[in-house]
Design a protein around this ligand. Structure first.
Ligand SMILES: NC(=O)c1ccc[n+]([C@@H]2O[C@H](COP(=O)([O-])OP(=O)(O)OC[C@H]3O[C@@H](n4cnc5c(N)ncnc54)[C@H](O)[C@@H]3O)[C@@H](O)[C@H]2O)c1
Ligand SMILES: O=CCc1c[nH]cn1
Length: 485
């Protein structure tokens, strides 16, 4: 890693890098080789304390600044991120193993979009005036206070800004804990926010595993917790936050349906299934991993899919020609391998992939199973890897019922040339982030989040403002106060 790219210590607290080597060592492994490329230390209680007290102190001053001044810091940070896109994208690739071809367009750029969008909104976060005869009520939109962000490992730069940008726009301070698997990127986000003029303590980063996350979530000074992670972690964090009545946003897992009707444009439907299963080597929460294909188009769909999957360029993620990289870690690769074995054992038909690549690093082939049935493990559990399950269906009512028969509800997609059907079916699918004749677009302007076990709250868009601010209403009496005695 170049000098320019490498963060210089484990944590970023009160506007500066901070090291405390007393914390447990966390090796940073480059997924393409398995080599250790850096080492950070988990936050000790002293580091957690330093981050929280810096955030508490900074938040009051930050909230007193005008929205326009806060917004300018965020938009300046967005500009710096865009200027350094290549270095930040390379760091994202070192951290996650995702191909540079992807990280150049989907990570620091998506983070900058969030900083720019919420920076632009910061000056217009107003309350309202409600006239009640001669009396009146006004509302003030106020920050929540100190917010904790906890990240997953698949989009470390993006996740830190999808949480940090709306939090800061609303006048909150944040302590962000990245996933222990990808600790590097959020440090650079913090560094850039300082360079853009964020007061010290407004955005802090501390490293660690679940225990550090838990210390943050349970601290009484914390008003809100936003987690991106798995459903089991979500349940624990939600429960801990509920004990102290904290606000939460939960961006959790999914097992989303992608429905392909037999009138669909075949090439577009195959492209949607590829984007919705193999981008980032399948490590995307919203992936459409249950691909329901109507019987009339099934064989043509499978044949074209298998052909196109063969042309994936699998290799060195730093080579811009590569469009399919390794899994993030040995552990994640082994989890996915076990699911592939289960798929075969339970009778699904392997149409493509299924094997680990014979090379260093944590590479699995893009894998497609056909003839999958609803009760198979690979059709029910989130795999979070490059494994597509193709299921057949006959009728619209049947596929809606089967698509909804899951505890999850993050995303759903429909491919059809009949737009009335597209809207009708999407209207009946129980999911938060949906697509018609597309899959996995996540622009900052659109609310993002799930229903049922997939989560609570929304990230991005104006909806996120509701999750990082609260309304105070003030009744103003213009005349005398009447009292009974
Ligand atoms: N909906 C979304 O926006 C979205 C986006 C990306 C990933 N995800 C989900 O994330 C999962 C993969 O990520 P992961 O393996 O990092 O998830 P994970 O649940 O294992 O960990 C997520 C984060 O929570 C922390 N954590 C673990 N236990 C904790 C505790 N008790 N208290 C506080 N923090 C704790 C971890 O250290 C990590 O930072 C998948 O299920 C995926 O679907 C969801
Ligand atoms: O991984 C989940 C969040 C996401 C979806 N698309 C891009 N990022």
């Amino acid at each position: 890693m170049s000098y320019e790219t490498q963060p210089t210590a484990s944590h970023y607290v009160n506007g500066a890098y901070l090291e405390d080597s007393a914390g447990a060592a966390i090796p940073v492994i480059y997924p393409a080789t398995g080599a250790e490329i850096a080492r950070v230390h988990a936050a000790t209680p002293a580091v957690v304390e330093a981050a929280l007290s810096a955030a508490v102190e900074a938040q009051t001053l930050w909230a007193e600044m005008t929205g326009r001044a806060r917004g300018r810091v965020l938009t300046d940070a967005a500009r710096i991120m865009r200027e350094r896109n290549r270095a930040l994208s390379e760091l994202e690739t070192w951290d996650t193993g995702k191909p540079l071809q992807e990280t150049l367009v989907a990570d620091a750029t998506s983070a900058a979009d969030a900083l720019e969008y919420f920076g632009g909104l910061a000056a217009s976060l107003t309350g309202e005036h409600i006239q009640l005869g001669e009396d009146w009520v006004y509302t003030r939109r106020e920050p929540l206070g100190v917010c904790v962000g906890i990240g997953a490992w698949n989009y470390p730069t993006q996740i830190s800004c999808w949480k940090g940008a709306p939090a800061l726009a609303c006048g909150n301070a944040m302590v962000f804990k990245p996933s222990e698997t990808t600790p590097l990127c959020a440090l650079k986000v913090a560094e850039i926010l300082t360079e853009a003029g964020a007061p010290a303590g407004v955005f802090n980063v501390v490293q660690g595993m679940g225990e550090v996350g838990s210390l943050l979530v349970t601290d009484p000074r914390v008003a809100k917790v936003s987690l991106t992670g798995s459903v089991p972690t979500g349940r624990k964090v939600y429960a801990a936050a509920a004990a102290e009545m904290k606000h939460v946003t939960m961006e959790l897992g999914g097992k989303s349906p992608l429905v392909v009707f037999d009138d669909a444009d075949l090439e577009n439907a195959v492209s949607g299934a590829i984007n919705g299963n193999f981008y980032s080597s399948g490590q995307v929460c919203s992936n459409g991993t249950r691909v329901f294909v109507q019987r009339g188009i099934k064989e043509a769909f499978l044949a074209r899919l298998a052909e196109r999957v063969k042309s994936a360029v699998i290799g060195d993620p730093m080579d811009e020609a590569t469009n399919f990289g390794p899994m993030v870690s040995q552990r994640q690769m082994e989890i996915v391998q076990r699911y592939i074995e289960k798929g075969i054992a339970e009778g699904a038909r392997l149409v493509a992939g299924g094997k680990r690549l014979e090379r260093e690093g944590f590479y699995l082939e893009p894998t497609v199973f056909a003839d999958v049935t609803d009760g198979m493990t690979i059709a029910m559990e989130e795999i979070f890897g490059p494994v597509m399950a193709v299921l057949d269906f006959e009728t619209e009512d049947e596929v809606i019922a089967r698509a909804n028969d899951t505890a999850f509800g993050l995303s759903a997609g429909v491919f059809t040339r009949d737009l009335s059907r597209g809207h009708r079916v999407i209207g009946k699918l129980r999911a938060g982030s949906c697509f018609i004749n597309s899959y996995n677009d996540a622009p900052v302007e659109a609310p993002f989040g799930g229903v049922k076990a997939s989560g609570v709250g929304r990230e991005n868009s104006k909806a996120a403002i509701e999750h990082y601010s609260q309304l105070k209403s003030v009744y103003v009496r213009m005349g005398d106060v009447e009292a009974p005695y």
